[in-house]
Design a protein around this ligand. Structure first.
Ligand code: PDD
Length: 276
């Protein structure tokens, strides 16, 4: 197993970072997850652009072109050229004595690896999701490596033998612990606007574009917890989740016997075609 670390490709056991790395001490960094499928890295440019945007937002001076250039050599060294795999990358503010003030002239720490990872054309899951309080910060648009709020919500879901947690802030559903969430009502797709309370998922943006192509109307507005029972369909989106039908959300059951909503199914089928 190979790891790209600060400009070099080394074996995983040799990939070491300092305990004074600000990613380790403060969670001061940004990450991305993308997948390579049959026809190449899925929406690579969108992922790298978001990474660059996020680094700019928190003032880590780093050009993601370096990561782009390292992708091919990393995949080659990992034996994953043109193979289905998951690519994880993170950039932190680098190593410096522990102080809240950001160090100047310290190079960012950059780490990336790829693992074999197969994704079905369509996610066959009928997800069960709990509702969990969204007690994260107010900059969820930043793909921070500090994920404690997300992890605690996800763990609550795991403890309930559920697949995912939908987060509720001030009575409104924001997103999943590692996914975005969509609803369908009378054929209209409804999802939380891309503000500071959600991560604007690449999959979310793809689904919105597909809706436009398919002449499906879209409303971007937060959905109240109390509206769930009035919705016809719901699904999660994400890089590894793709489009996953939600069968149960909190107290509400959308379908029985592995049924799935018409619009969800149509979007799944259209989404699958992006891989060919
Ligand atoms: N999760 N919202 C949150 C909080 C996320 O962590 C993610 C991604 C998404 C969906 O974004 P995208 O469609 O760009 O993957 C939404 C990644 C995959 C993860 O943490 O593993």
């Amino acid at each position: 197993e190979k790891v790209f670390l600060n400009g070099e490709i080394v074996s995983a056991e040799d990939a070491k970072i300092s305990v004074f790395d600000r990613g380790f001490l403060f969670g001061d960094g940004i990450y991305e997850v993308m997948v390579q499928l049959e026809n190449g890295i899925f929406y690579k440019k969108a992922h790298l652009d978001r990474l660059q945007d996020n680094l700019n937002k928190i003032g880590i001076p780093y050009d993601v072109k370096n990561i782009d250039d390292a992708l091919e050599p990393l995949l080659k060294a990992s034996g994953l050229t043109e193979k289905s795999c998951l690519i994880y990358m993170q950039v932190t503010r680098g190593t410096a004595p522990r102080k809240h003030s950001c160090p100047k002239d310290v190079p960012a720490s950059v780490m990336m690896y790829a693992l074999p990872y197969a994704l079905p054309l369509i996610n066959p899951k009928h997800m069960k999701a709990i509702l969990a309080p969204d007690f994260r910060w107010h900059r969820c648009d930043i793909k921070s490596i500090s994920l404690l709020g997300n992890i605690m919500a996800n763990e609550a879901a795991m403890n309930d033998l559920a697949d995912e947690a939908a987060l509720v802030r001030d009575g409104m559903i924001s997103e999943g612990s590692h996914t975005n969430i969509f609803f369908v009502k009378n054929g209209t797709v409804i999802t939380h606007p891309a503000d500071n309370h959600i991560l604007n998922g690449i999959t979310r943006m793809i689904v919105l574009a597909l809706c436009q192509n398919l002449d499906i109307s879209v409303i971007e507005r937060p959905i109240g917890e109390d509206e769930i029972e009035h919705m016809d369909e719901a699904f999660f989106t994400g890089t590894t989740t793709q489009i996953a039908s939600i069968a149960i959300l909190g107290e509400h059951q959308f379908y029985e016997n592995d049924n799935i909503g018409k619009t969800t199914k149509r979007l799944q089928e259209t989404f699958a075609k992006l891989r060919t």
